[in-house]
Structures are given as C-alpha cells and as structure tokens.
Design a protein around this ligand. Structure first.
Ligand code: NAD
Ligand code: TYD
Length: 340
C-alpha cells in the first residue's frame, strides 16, 4: 500500500511514520508537510534514507501541487494529520486555522476523489464535541455526541469533519474519521502542556497553570493513537467515526505534579495564571466502539507513558532545545505576557 501522510513532520504524524516503519515496512509512506513552525525534519531524520519513505515539502492548501503529487504517486490511502493544532494560537490567529484545517482538507478530499484513493482518513479530535461538566464524572463523549465547539481550533476541526462526511454521503467517497483525546509522547512541540512543563521545570522556570488547574483532559500516548489510526485504516468501516481514548483523565494540576515529582523539582514552580478564554472544562472519551468493533487496546497506562515520555525529553534535549532557543522564545514572551 502507498500512503500519503500529511503533516508527517509534526508530532503525531511523525510518530505515525515511525510506527509504520516498525509495523508495516512493506508499505510506502509519502509525507506532505509545509514545515510550519510545528513541522520538524529532525523528527523524520532516521527514516529519510529508507527506500520506501519520501518527504515532500508542500502545503495542503496548494491545489496545483496536491493534484500533481496525486497524479504522480497514485496513492492507495491518504491520512490527513496536517493541521494548525494549538488552541491558544487559534484564539490569537483564527484565520490560518480555517484556511489549513478546513480549506486544506477540502483540497485533499477533491484530489482523493479525482484520483480514486481507496481510503481517505481524517485525523480529528474529541474537541469537536465541546466540553463536559467537571461534576458529572458519569458523562463521556460517544460518536453520537453532538458537535458543539468552543475554540476557533475545534470549530475548524468540526467543519473539516462535516466536509468529510458530506463527501461520503454525496460522492460515496471511502472515508473514515477518528476523534482522539489529548496526546502525549516523544517529539511533541513544547507549546503543549506536557513538553512545555517538562522543559520549563528542567530550567527551573515557573510553570504557567491556567485558571485553578482543575480542567480535565483524557490523555492518550501517541503510540496508542497511531495504532488506532492504523487499525481504522486497515479494518475500519467506510463512513464511520471512531473515538479514541483510554480512560486516563487527569486534572492539569495532577499532570504538572506528576512531572515535578519525576524530575525532583519543587511544587513552588507552579504559577497560576490568567485562564484561557473559552477554556473547555473536561474531555472524556468513551472508546467502546473502537475497542469492541475493531479490537483496539492501548498498551500504555498514564503512569508508564508519562515515565517513558519524561525520560525521552531528558534523553533528547537537543531536539527540543533547538526549538525553544529559536523563534519560540518570542512566541512564549508574546503569548504569556498578559497572563501574569
Ligand atoms: P502538530 O502541530 O505537531 O503538527 C502539524 C503538522 O502539520 C506540522 O508538521 C506542520 O508543519 C503541518 N502543517 C500545518 N499546516 C500545514 C499545511 N497547510 N500544509 C501541510 N502541512 C501543514 O500537530 P499534532 O499534534 O501532530 O496533530 C496532528 C493532527 O492530530 C491534527 O489534525 C490535530 O488536530 C489532531 N489531534 C491532535 C491531538 C493532540 O493532542 N496533539 C489530539 C487529537 C487530534
Ligand atoms: P494543550 O496542551 O494546549 O491542549 P488542549 O488545549 O488542546 O487540551 O493544553 C492542555 C491543558 O493544559 C488545557 O486545559 C490548557 C492547559 N494549559 C495550561 O494550564 N498551561 C499552559 O501553559 C498550556 C499550554 C496549557
């Protein structure tokens, strides 16, 4: 099988390429990535010389480039990981989220239709369901939960999902969609909670916890997310949506405390800052469908996954130090200046 992996130089797409090399070396992977601030070729370095791996720098919004690539490569499947992915950035700069996440998805759908791709898989998020109250631990997102978005990021992802479903209904395109909860693991850009807190704690810098730290996220190791995406690609039913999650709900404060304790750093580093506007309270996935219908099972618990992840950031400092020593410094100063 020849698979187009868009956004393959990012966190989850990059880990998917490593997953493919480990589990399906017989398949060919072509990455299409615009190398925005979030794309990093160092993540793909170990794969660059493999015979059935190819990297193409390009934008999913570029219709001409995408059409030419599809004509040349004749993909069997497309997995669309490419997106603007950070909620805080979407609050400041919503337009690029609509352009990449909605219009970019449409370009890929049109090309997949024109070149008869056998499967188009859209990597979506549980954030399309909005949030759940903190005091109703009995509530979970299922695939039937209505879309009810809060941020420009989640609204753009939900819009893309609706387009994908429209192409299924209208053109009978062979699509699937996955909606995963928060990921963590190696190669995550240090603007996201876990790598941000690890890198700052190691430098003895303050850890900016939004609001009172009571917001809840349902954490999935990136390996488990990718094993689910791969399973859906190979065994999922056309036209279906699958939620991905492992019942690993933690408050943000619990996550930060776990990091501090493993790094042997004091809790006095925690600094409560102004809350994110529209901050979703709780995400929690019901993963019964993918577990029962496709037999998916995560291999990580939050404890084993966090131990391994923190160790990875300790062992791979040069990967994230390149990032935080560059343009990222300006981002942090700009993004957090009004939160103090
Ligand atoms: P990321 O920001 O780390 O990576 C995104 C990648 O897409 C980068 O390599 C970037 O260069 C590329 N990209 C951005 N705009 C592009 C464009 N116009 N054309 C081509 N490439 C472009 O994001 P991530 O965390 O790896 O997320 C990947 C996907 O998974 C996204 O669709 C996101 O919505 C979804 N998702 C993420 C999480 C999470 O916790 N990170 C959870 C559920 C779903
Ligand atoms: P994030 O990693 O941005 O993912 P998402 O917003 O998509 O869930 O944030 C995870 C949680 O951590 C979210 O509730 C916001 C919170 N958070 C902080 O408290 N401080 C921070 O500096 C960041 C980046 C996030």
């Amino acid at each position: 099988m020849k698979i187009l992996v868009t956004g393959g130089a990012g966190f989850i797409g990059g880990n998917y390429c490593h997953y493919m090399y480990e589990h399906h070396p017989e398949d060919t992977v072509v990455v299409l990535d615009a190398l925005t601030y979030a794309g990093n070729l160092e993540t793909l370095q170990p794969l660059m010389d493999q015979p059935n791996f190819k990297f193409v720098k390009g934008d999913i919004r570029d219709r001409e480039l995408v059409d030419k690539l599809f004509a040349e490569e004749q993909f069997d499947a497309v997995i669309n990981f490419a997106a603007e992915s950070h909620v805080d950035r979407s609050v400041e700069y919503p337009s690029i989220f609509v352009e990449t996440n909605v219009l970019g998805t449409q370009v890929l759908l049109d090309a997949s239709r024109k070149y008869n791709v056998k499967r188009y898989h859209q990597v979506s998020t549980d954030e399309v369901y909005g949030d759940l109250p903190l005091d109703r631990k009995d509530l979970f997102f299922t695939e039937d939960t209505p879309l009810h978005t809060s941020s420009p990021y989640s609204a753009s992802k939900a819009s893309a999902d609706l387009l994908v479903l429209a192409y299924y209904r209208t053109y009978k395109m062979p699509i699937t969609i996955s909606r995963c909860s928060n990921n963590y693991g190696a190669y995550q850009f240090p603007e996201k909670l876990i790598p941000l807190m690890i890198s700052r704690a190691l430098a003895d810098e303050s850890l900016p916890v939004y609001g009172n730290g009571a917001n809840v996220r349902d954490w999935v190791h990136v390996y488990d997310h990718n094993s689910a995406v791969d399973l859906i690609l190979r065994k999922g039913k056309i036209g279906e949506v699958y939620n991905i999650g492992g019942h690993n709900e933690r408050t943000n404060l619990q996550v930060v405390e776990t990091i501090l304790s493993q790094l042997g750093k004091p809790e006095s580093l925690i600094h409560y800052v102004k809350d994110r506007p529209g901050h979703d309270l709780r995400y929690a996935i019901n993963p019964d469908k993918i577990m029962h219908e496709l037999g998916w099972k995560p291999i990580y618990t939050f404890d084993t996954g966090m131990k391994e992840t923190i160790q990875w950031y300790l062992d791979n400092k040069e990967w994230w130090e390149h990032i935080i020593n560059g343009a990222y410094q300006n981002y942090y100063a700009e993004m957090y200046k009004d939160r103090q």
